[in-house]
Design a protein around this ligand. Structure first.
Ligand code: FSO
Ligand code: SF4
Length: 531
């Protein structure tokens, strides 16, 4: 196997025996084959001129399954690959060779062997082209995740799907691309992702209302309990509906925290609070949760024996042996499990955190913010956002926030915030110094806020007193970075390490054109930024 798509990749080069994430060689090969089969479907859809949302959404879902920590079940990929090929054949367009002509093996073993022949390691013999092709593929995995979430709530745009086909077909279509052209496709992927995140923002706020500042308890109350992880608001809503009146309280985990701020979700009285921190701590935290646990999307880790029977998956998530809740979204098995578990027997007050600072809320206090900057009470904004992970170097982000001077405001999003989300940083003239914008996809909100501030100050986003301090782990972070670059945003600090799939030449291009830099120490970076 070879996989280098996430930040924790082995030795900073690539996982070649087993994934640090727990992905085994068979699944790695099957995921590579899923991508290859999708290339065939994309070529066919383009040739046929198919612009149906059904096929586009199916393609996005299938690529999303190959994102880090989503699906670890070989049989699921066997099913997916056969479905992809069936969709391709239904289009009735024929290719003489290549992915458009791919015939899947009949057995799992046969598919694994086919997948090994299409390893991402063999993308290209040229280091830089291979690097650009990997950057594009990983960016598209992130893009597909957001496109899927938006589609689940009815927001789709065929131009997004058209780009997904174009990106998948690249390398197998008739175009001859040099490095410049490959990097152009990567930036285009970032640009299209802004549209996908916009669709998702419309989907989430249109369905559940605009987030409002909300205090979320970190402790618990007596009663049966279900913990919901992942990123899917619709799954949470359906579960809240199905658990009404059962006496079960619903808690969020990880990236579900911002859900507490959506009016149509927070109205449920049994939607109680937040449990635990970021995804990589689940082995430590889940044994303490006395109820059922539902994964709606990444990031799932190998369930430990002590809590394995409590874990359920839905949507595209899969782990061998776990009960999966299908598309009918009947959560009865989850509810039954929660009722059979002890639940919390005591009350624990562990304080609270404030969330719900999406673009709507922040814009509503824009006057105050602008006044604060003009009067000098707000010196600088930092967006400290992105993913969390297990590497020790990630303490940088905690220390950065702790050391940021009192006249600065921290905007945050995604699961990296769990390193500092409960810090009491006070406020500046009534504006909290720590503003939680939401999930990783709410980078859309952060971009809207930055654009609005730039408008108010009549300058470009790069001229704002705003610095981006990003942490990355998986491919959604990759595509968000591409979005920021496609908007021309410069001077981003990225950590905890730079992506293994970026070649030295491509890194030089990014440094020369965008002044992107690795994080150093909080002291040095703060000094460099604030002068
Ligand atoms: Fe984190 Fe996982 Fe949301 Fe990622 S939970 S690491 S960037 O999936 O998507 O922030
Ligand atoms: Fe390794 Fe990350 Fe790939 Fe898992 S997703 S196999 S940890 S590079």
């Amino acid at each position: 196997m070879f996989c280098n798509q996430c930040e924790q990749t082995a030795k900073g080069i690539g996982c070649d025996k087993i994934g640090v994430c727990g992905k085994k060689a068979d699944v790695a090969a099957l995921q590579d084959l899923t991508v290859y089969a999708l290339r065939g479907l994309a070529l066919t859809a383009l040739k046929k001129g198919d612009s149906s949302n059904n096929l586009g959404h199916f393609t996005a879902k299938m690529l999303f399954t190959t994102l880090t920590n989503v699906n670890f079940t070989p049989e699921d990929f066997q099913k997916f690959i056969n479905e992809i090929v069936a969709h391709r054949k239904a289009l009735d367009v024929h290719f003489a060779s290549g992915p458009g002509n791919f015939e899947p093996a009949e057995t799992l073993e046969g598919l694994i062997a086919q997948g090994e022949a299409h390893s991402i390691k063999n993308f290209d013999t040229d280091d830089d082209i291979r690097s650009a092709k990997q950057l594009l593929l990983y960016g598209m995995k992130g893009l597909c995740a957001y496109a899927d979430h938006a589609a689940v709530l009815g927001q789709q745009d065929s131009s997004v799907y058209h780009f997904i086909y174009t990106g998948l077909a690249a390398g197998y279509d008739e175009q001859d691309r040099d490095l410049q052209a490959w990097l152009g496709l990567c930036l285009k992927c970032g640009e299209v992702n802004l549209r996908a995140m916009e669709l998702l923002d419309t989907a989430n706020t249109g369905t559940f209302g605009h987030p409002v500042p909300t205090e979320v308890p970190l402790g618990h109350v007596p009663g049966k309990a279900i913990l919901v992880s992942g990123h899917d608001l619709q799954d949470l809503y359906l579960l809240l509906k199905q658990t009404e009146g059962t006496g079960i309280n619903i808690y969020t985990h990880g990236e579900m925290l911002p859900c507490h701020a959506y009016p149509e979700l927070k109205k449920f009285e049994h939607f109680y609070g937040h449990f635990g921190t970021a995804w990589q701590n689940q082995h430590k935290e889940f044994p303490e949760f006395p109820g059922a646990i539902l994964f709606t999307t990444n990031c799932i880790q190998k369930p430990q024996e002590v809590y394995k029977d409590n874990v359920f998956t839905t949507g595209l998530v899969g782990w061998p042996g776990l009960t999966h809740i299908g598309p009918a979204k009947d959560f009865t098995p989850v509810i039954e499990r929660a009722l059979a578990q002890p639940g919390f027997t005591d009350t624990a007050d562990k304080g609270s955190v404030l969330c719900g600072f999406g673009h709507n809320t922040v814009m509503s206090v824009a006057d105050k913010v602008i006044e604060g900057v003009k009067a000098g009470s707000i010196r600088h904004f930092f967006l400290v956002g992105g993913c969390d992970g297990a590497k020790p170097g990630r303490n940088y982000y905690t220390e950065f926030v702790e050391q940021a001077p009192e006249d600065t405001v921290i905007l945050t999003l995604a699961c990296g915030k769990f390193r500092f989300f409960d810090k009491k940083l006070g406020d500046i003239g009534g504006i909290p110094r720590l503003l939680d914008i939401g999930q990783c996809n709410d980078a859309y909100s952060a971009i809207q806020i930055a654009i609005a501030l730039a408008g108010a100050f009549e300058c470009g986003v790069n001229e704002l007193p705003l610095s981006l301090i990003l942490s990355w782990y998986e491919q959604k972070a990759v595509v968000i970075l591409l979005t920021l670059l496609s908007l021309g945003i410069t001077d981003i600090r990225l950590g905890p390490s730079l992506p293994a799939f970026i070649s030295p030449n491509i890194l030089n291009i990014l440094v020369d054109n965008y002044d992107i830099k690795p994080i150093s120490t909080p002291e040095e970076d703060l000094k460099a930024i604030l002068g």
